[in-house]
Design a protein around this ligand. Structure first.
Ligand code: NAD
Length: 319
């Protein structure tokens, strides 16, 4: 009973405010999706391009009468003080022919600058990293604030998992929300599909709809390379990642304890230390609530370890 009252007080007293760094394609689409979802009271949008930020905010404000009331404003870092969540989408987007690792040096210095500000304003804040390369930037943020480890996580393979489930849904003719299939590891080239534990409802995928190794390869490669294909046609990807951001924000704001493949630092699991990568984790009001021990095949474990090695090597280029 007391726990219920405390939870109620928690929801009533805290303002459902989100500060978004970056008013580009991802940040503004996330803001629009949050307005449409009705989940937040206030959104502060911050961008070094002030003119862009002002224009995005005006446009977003004019959508509010259609969706219901959300306050939208041009923000500053001071907005972090009464926010519950910071979503980081600022930096350079992945351009055609550019790998996520190419972006590293550019975006690492931006993130370091922001992180020092964020916890200065609000030590309880939850930080959702979206800027790429998301695993390495999440690790940089956690290394700066190790005692805030569980409050910082990256969107990781949340998007890749959604792409995977969409494609599996098309193949099996089952609603993707009933497909428990994950992509883990790096958000990028070395990511790993967990075929061995893929389930339709609680029936193993292989039992429900047997896919040949070729069919599995086609589905996985389409999910993995989706960003390259989309960028070729329209320079950036933003709708699906924005939907993922809304789901993550909701899970934190309303303590939904949903399982997401978010990027977080590993300290010993699978022999991996001090590297951020995605595995299924429970996300709630305090950020990462717990890890989930997953039963995987030896090949999948080796692929996750390889993914961790790739990330550690890429991160070492910053030293
Ligand atoms: N993790 C994922 O699943 C995922 C998916 C899609 C995109 N992304 C990443 O999200 C990021 C944003 O993509 P986008 O398409 O919105 O790019 P974009 O270029 O449209 O927007 C980035 C914005 O960041 C701003 N910015 C740069 N430095 C800043 C700073 N120091 N402070 C505040 N604002 C700053 C820029 O002015 C720009 O408006 C990229 O790194 C992209 O790769 C991640």
């Amino acid at each position: 009973m007391l726990a219920e009252i405390n939870q109620l007080n928690y929801n009533v007293m805290k303002k459902n405010k989100v500060t978004i760094y970056g008013a580009g394609m991802v940040g503004s689409t996330a803001a629009y999706s949050l307005i449409a979802s009705g989940a937040v009271e206030e959104i502060a949008l911050i961008d070094i391009n002030n003119k862009l930020c002002q224009s995005q905010v005006m446009d977003l404000q004019h959508s509010v009468p259609f969706w219901g009331y959300t306050k939208v404003k041009v923000g500053t870092s001071a907005d972090v003080e009464d926010s519950q969540i910071v979503v980081i989408t600022c930096g350079s987007a992945q351009r055609l022919g550019e790998t996520r690792i190419d972006l590293l040096k550019k975006n690492a210095s931006i993130i370091k600058g922001l992180m020092s500000d964020i916890f200065k304003y609000n030590s309880d804040i939850i930080v959702i990293m979206v800027t790429n390369p998301v695993d390495i930037l999440t690790n940089i943020a956690i290394k700066m604030f190790p005692d805030k480890k569980n409050q910082i996580f990256g969107s990781g393979t949340v998007l890749d998992t959604a792409r995977f489930r969409f494609l599996l849904g098309e193949k099996t003719e089952v609603n993707p929300t009933s497909l428990h299939a994950y992509i883990v590891g790096e958000h990028g080239d070395s990511e790993v599909p967990l075929w061995s534990t893929a389930m339709v409802g609680n029936t193993p995928l292989d039992q429900f709809h047997k896919l040949s190794p070729e069919e599995k390869n086609i589905i996985f490669n389409e999910a993995k390379n989706a960003a390259y294909a989309i960028i070729e046609g329209k320079q950036s990807t933003y709708y699906a990642v924005a939907a993922g951001i809304v789901s993550l924000v909701n899970s934190v704001l309303y303590n939904k304890k949903t399982v997401f493949t978010v990027s977080h630092q590993l300290n010993g699991l699978f022999g991996i230390n001090g590297v951020c990568l995605s595995l299924p984790r429970v996300v709630g009001a305090n950020g990462i609530l717990r890890d989930i021990e997953i039963a995987i095949s030896p090949e999948e474990k080796a692929a996750i370890q390889q993914s961790a090695n790739n990330l550690a090597q890429a991160e070492s280029t910053l030293l």
